[in-house]
Design a protein around this ligand. Sequence first.
Ligand SMILES: Nc1nc2c(c(=O)[nH]1)N[C@H]1C(S)=C(S)[C@@H](COP(=O)(O)OP(=O)(O)OC[C@H]3O[C@@H](n4cnc5c(=O)[nH]c(N)nc54)[C@H](O)[C@@H]3O)O[C@H]1N2
Ligand SMILES: Nc1nc2c(c(=O)[nH]1)N[C@H]1C(S)=C(S)[C@@H](COP(=O)(O)OP(=O)(O)OC[C@H]3O[C@@H](n4cnc5c(=O)[nH]c(N)nc54)[C@H](O)[C@@H]3O)O[C@H]1N2
Ligand SMILES: [Mo]
Length: 784
Amino acid sequence: MQGFRDARCLVSMSELRGQGAPGSAAPGCGPGGAGAAAQRDYTHPSAGWGAARSVGQVLARSREPVTGVRAMLKMNQENGGFDCPGCAWPDDPKGLHLDLCENGIKHVTWEMTGKRTDRAFFARHTVTELSGWSDYALENQGRLTEPMRYDAATDKYVPIGWDDAFALVGRHLQALDSPHEAAFYTSGRLANEATFLYQLWVREFGTNNLPDCSNMCHEASGRALTASIGTGKGTVDITDWERADLIWVMGVNAASNAPRMLTALSDAYQRGSKIVHINPLVEAASRRTIVPHEFVAMGTFRSTPTGSMDVQPRIGGDLALVRGVAKVVFERDALDHEFLARHTTGLATYRARCAGTSWTEIVEASGVDEATIRTLAEGYIEANRTIIAWCLGVTQQDHGVDTVREIVNLLLLRGNIGREGAGPCPIRGHSNVQGNRTCGIDHRPSPAFLDKLAEVCGIDPPREHGLDTVATLEAMNEGRVKVFVGMGGNFAMAAPDTAYTIAGLRKCALTVHVSTKLNRSHLVHGADALILPCLGRTERDLQALGEQVITVEDSMSMVHASRGHRRPASPDLLSEPAIIAGLARASLPGSRTPWKAYVADYDRIRDTMARVLDGFEGVNHRARQPHGFRLRQPARERVWLTPTGRAAFSDSGLPALDPGDGCLMLGTMRSHDQWNTTVYSDNDRYRGLSNLRTAVFLNRDDMRRLGLSEFDRVDVTSYAKDGTTRSVYGYRAVAYDLPAGNAAGYMPEMNVLCAAGDYSPQSGQPLMKHLRVKVRKAAVTSSE
Ligand SMILES: Nc1nc2c(c(=O)[nH]1)N[C@H]1C(S)=C(S)[C@@H](COP(=O)(O)OP(=O)(O)OC[C@H]3O[C@@H](n4cnc5c(=O)[nH]c(N)nc54)[C@H](O)[C@@H]3O)O[C@H]1N2
Ligand SMILES: Nc1nc2c(c(=O)[nH]1)N[C@H]1C(S)=C(S)[C@@H](COP(=O)(O)OP(=O)(O)OC[C@H]3O[C@@H](n4cnc5c(=O)[nH]c(N)nc54)[C@H](O)[C@@H]3O)O[C@H]1N2
Ligand SMILES: [Mo]
């Protein structure tokens, strides 16, 4: 990362809103200006009326109160509605009622806004001026309406026709010395059909440079599950959730980020199942909820508990915690011997590893005392059917792969995989991030997949591995990648090391973003730059042979159709498949791929997918069934596609977690009122915080030790592995229930603290929940 120091020259202070400057307060990405920051304990159940009020505010802001409500009624319904783009939790299988939630509604209405970011808007504002705006203000201008190209003479975006835009990209790509000088990013909303066309274009063009948001999200889960059980996905489905008698929820803020999971948790609790929340922070979902869709319950304020036990490990302590539980399982000989003998390898080594890990080490590395771990273990031994679910708290760590493998080890000990009501369950993030991988977005594609693609599509795909997200950052900064295409998302803000990321994008010859709304990635552009606006999930997609449906895959491998009903935000929008086909035709003039025919009728794309992708046979018919169909997950049937044909125990040491030298370990996370880089407000209801995003959550004892009182101004410095430091200024210290030595704060602001060179050697994932930091009282306290 030699480029880090020059990166600072290419980026202005005003656009690093999460950073600020010494002596003043960092503004943050939210709207600001709503009043003084405050915190009070949130004592109400999650969801419920607080959620309803918050939805009302978002609907009013997007000027869509009536249509917003109508859209809610169309969402996630098996009778031809669209898939909620809010998260990847599956639909309610009973289909009897609406299964919708506050944050899904916010997410959808944000897309459906009546406001427009049109050519008149771009004519009024230079890019330099817009760079000083908050991220909230940028997106809040509304939907993009037509393709725009950056004009350096005026420092403005000006309209360009679709064909000219495609031709421009074609010229740039053809001018490269090698196809590997371009990188093609995917954000996890992209539907299966667009995904398939995208990777086909990129591979026909000649590279596997397909970085995606998964590289920052669940890469660790995919790698670990593949190594342990032969397939990179969870094994449970929603009916298993209805049968489990023990559920562990690790490192996920369910009430905010997978709110429909609250329904499953409260149902489970009512059935008598035990639910354990494992999180350094005690989050709202671990207490009580008003089930998101139960309007009657909302009316009567009837709430259901959603947790039986909270365990608070230190950040990164999950591996040691699981090891401790496994140690007790061995001690008690509570093993499923028959399963272990028939289905697994590596048990003896793992047994020795557990025996050889002392309680002192386990307690130190987990931050949880032995008695609590034993209680947790007794609960695990008592249960007949256990699901372990996890999200970013587990994956965005140096040893994320080891931790997920340890979770699988623990499940294997008692035969908790491939049995009803039991199994591993990564909670995926973006609504189709799992489908992206299934349909070929992978910078390390398997030879078998490439062979099939070559045979069916008649192309000669490159065999060498491509760049992931972190490697793309480095390649852009070093001039090895000159063209960046972003298929959705907001790369500039989502990727680590904001200054370095921005500098990399600025060094490109061309940046292209396919987007629905204006965001920072459009403002930190290459010499040439395009914004290509596309249809959203809620909108009707009319092509030459009629109205189209798309398909998506949820967290539990269910593939189903999604159909938008709304009139598109502008007549000049194209669908993502149409944009990809346009780009492909312009950059591959000799291509024999039937791009036009594919776009005319997406059934044709699915017919090809059915021939390339395992489990997609008959997709056109099956995806249109109510609730769609479940992709086969061999491990669920105890078919292990590992080299030995058995599930493999892992054997790893415990990680060194002491941040050393007076440092704290900090994890970045989302507030309740944001969707990744989209920030709806400066509030975080369940954590009781209002009007503040530039916050550092600290343990009370640490605050005392550092001489800090609640809401004091602080500067935070992170220490990267290569010795570089990064700082943010004028944050506020907020006391919170988290273990001493740990801290937390919000993404995307705190991405300025994440060194791009600090990624897990196991997964390539940036260490977004594993930052070594020092917190100090701010040198100068600003007046406000
Ligand atoms: N409304 C809404 N929904 C979303 C999103 C959104 O931004 N808004 N984003 C979507 C996406 S892409 C994703 S990937 C998911 C993200 O869903 P989450 O994984 O819930 O995302 P974070 O907010 O990053 O929260 C991480 C949680 O991990 C905990 N944690 C931090 N460190 C550790 C640790 O070492 N161990 C354990 N056990 N826990 C730890 C934090 O306290 C926090 O509760 O949500 C998806 N759904
Ligand atoms: N520090 C830190 N950083 C993180 C994380 C963290 O926990 N901590 N989490 C990481 C994770 S898990 C993820 S998934 C990434 C998220 O990274 P991204 O997926 O890159 O970011 P999003 O914020 O989801 O993207 C928002 C933008 O998507 C565009 N958009 C919305 N809908 C559509 C659509 O239908 N089509 C198209 N083409 N565009 C659309 C809009 O223009 C909007 O501005 O961030 C990562 N970054
Ligand atoms: Mo994610």
